[in-house]
Structures are given as C-alpha cells and as structure tokens.
Design a protein around this ligand. Structure first.
Ligand SMILES: [Zn+2]
Length: 339
C-alpha cells in the first residue's frame, strides 16, 4: 500500500469503518453464483481463523503464510500469485506486516478484487504502538493487534461487513457467525481480565523474545518491560543482553517468554543469568495443534497463551476454564492452512 493510500485510509477510516487497500471500492461483486462462494485469501493464520469463523462453510478460504514461519520477513513464493489472482477478496493485517505479499497482491489481483487491510481499519495512527522491536524511528508500528481480543473482534467485524457487501445473499449467515464470535470474544476478554487480576500487581510484567504483546498489555494493564528481538530480527547485542538481565533482576520478573516461531538460546541464557524462569511457548501467529483440532484457532491460540503466561507470572486461569475455542459455525471447514 502506498503512503498516500495509507494516509487516505487513516483519514477516512473514522467515517467508513473499513479501509479497502488502494483499490476503488467496487460495486458489490455480481459474481457469486449460488453455492460457489467467494474466493478469499488471507495471510497469517490468526487472521485466517477469524475469517474462517465468519465465512464458515460459505466461502473458499486459503491462508498463504505457512504456520511457523517468520511472517515479518515472509516473501511469498511465485506460485502464490495464482491464488492471489483468483481471489475475490484478499485480507491482510497491514501495518507493514506483509509488504511483499501486498505488492504481489496489487500486481496480480483480478479487476474488482478487494484488498482489505484489517489492522489499518482497526486502529488509527495515534493508537499505533512503537516499542523495542518496532521503534518509532523506523516508522512501522507494532502490527500485532490480534493478541488483544477486542481488536480481534474488530477484525471480525470488518470481515463480516466486507463479506456481506461482496456476497449479500449470505449476509445473514455472516452476521449470525459474527454474533456468536462476539459472544466468545466477550467471554475470553472477561476471562483474561479476571485472570490478570490474580497476578500479583508487581508481577504483571512481560519480557518476551518476539515483541507481540503491546496491544494486549495496553488492554489488560500489563507492562511490556522489554523484548529481546531487535527490529531487524537478528539476535540482541551483548550490551542489550546485559541490559535485559539487569532489568529482569531489578523488576523481579518471575518468568520471561520465548516464542514458538523464534527459538532462541539467547533469551534462555538471559533468564538463567537473571534468575527468572524461561517459558518457551508463547505464540503470536502459529496456531496450536493441527488443522481440525479445536485449539487450532485464533480463540485456541489466545486460550493457550493465557494458560502459559498467567500461571508463570503467579496467577491462575480458573476464569477461563470451560472456554470454548471451537469454530462458531457448524460443518466441516473448507479453510486451507499452509503448514
Ligand atoms: Zn509477529
């Protein structure tokens, strides 16, 4: 997306509530012969799962960023151009997360196809978070909005609105799914809020390897005290490592968190030196389990993250027991997740 387009999106966003890439908003697509379904392409798997929950069995859905890869540096293979060319709707996170994919989408999309940028439609520029791995000096905000479930719900609302606009024959179905998804998010939000309250106040601090908890922390009154991963996704320098060890000691953080996608011995060493527990399992865009498993979903990702994070900091997740992470629609999902 060009800077001009992005600025335009930010300016019109409060009025429109959706931002549709750089394309002119096309008239509702004719298109979908009954039963055929919109062709929808998504990028990272939490977004694929949110779209899956809303589109259910009435869309064709393909996620193109394989799970377990570094989505920040992901370059789509040339073969992905074919999926992008067939799509009626291409849904990205935006906020500079998937620039090579976005460029490929712009170059290959069919006339009238829509690019929907969820992150850009969810927060305005004055809400952008800059931090350790996403410094303001580089101009790209932290793009991880979805670990905040209420921002994840906003994503779902934008998806419902766009699916209903492009495929009005199925609008009731999409709206129904959104209603059920909203209830799940409300339960998840209430459960997380209560769980965070069980962490002793001085321990509501996060030090992670990958810096994906900025908006989550803002929502639930936790503090991100640092991240080990530099903005170029290399390893931290010796000086940075020493600084992190000091910080953990001073703030008496009980645990530090690694990421499934970025195994790092550096954070393990930092934790050991500082006397904190190293927990190597948080995820931001690699869903737990395999496609078809209940936990292999955005809701499952968040539930599992809480089950790992909250007890490691001294709290309990009783408030989330019985939370249902399964899809909100009935029937077998046609979504394709690349593994
Ligand atoms: Zn990430």
């Amino acid at each position: 997306m060009t800077m001009r387009c992005r600025l335009l999106g930010v300016l019109v966003m409060p009025l429109l509530m959706v931002v549709v890439g750089c394309a002119q908003r096309p008239a509702p697509a004719s298109p979908t012969a009954p039963g055929l379904g919109l062709q929808v392409v998504t990028t990272v798997s939490p977004i694929t799962s949110i779209v899956e929950n809303i589109g259910g069995v009435r869309i064709h859905l393909e996620g193109i960023v394989p799970e377990g890869t570094n989505s920040h540096t992901f370059e789509p293979a040339p073969s992905v151009a074919g999926a992008l060319a067939k799509a009626d709707l291409i849904i990205v996170n935006g906020l500079f997360l998937e620039e090579p994919t976005l460029a490929m989408a712009q170059a290959n999309k069919k006339p009238g196809a829509v690019i929907l940028s969820l992150g850009d439609g969810t927060i305005s520029k004055d809400q952008w978070a800059f931090d350790f791995s996403f410094p303001e000096s580089e101009g790209h905000p932290n793009p991880h909005l979805w670990p905040d479930p209420l921002l994840g719900l906003k994503y779902a609302e934008l998806v419902e609105a766009e699916l209903s606009r492009l495929d009005p024959a199925n609008a009731n179905y999409y709206q129904e799914n959104l209603g059920k998804f909203r209830q799940r998010i409300e339960a998840l939000d209430a459960g997380i809020r209560a769980a965070v309250q069980t962490i002793p106040p001085g321990r509501r601090k996060l030090l992670t390897y990958h810096d994906s908890w900025a908006y989550f922390a803002r929502r639930y009154g936790m503090e991100v005290i640092g991240a080990a991963q530099p903005s170029d996704f290399s390893e931290p320098s010796a000086k940075e490592v020493a600084g992190l060890i000091d910080q953990i000691r001073q703030q008496q953080v009980p645990a530090v968190f690694g990421s499934e996608v970025f195994p790092s011995t550096v954070l393990e060493t930092i934790a050991k030196e500082a006397g904190a527990r190293y927990v190597d399992e948080l995820r931001d865009d690699d869903l737990p389990g395999a496609p078809g498993d209940t936990l292999h979903s955005y809701l499952g990702l968040m539930l599992q993250n809480m089950e790992i994070m909250i007890p490691a900091l001294g709290g309990t997740v009783d408030s989330l027991s019985g939370f249902d992470a399964s899809p909100v629609f009935s029937g077998a999902s046609p979504a394709i997740y690349l593994q």
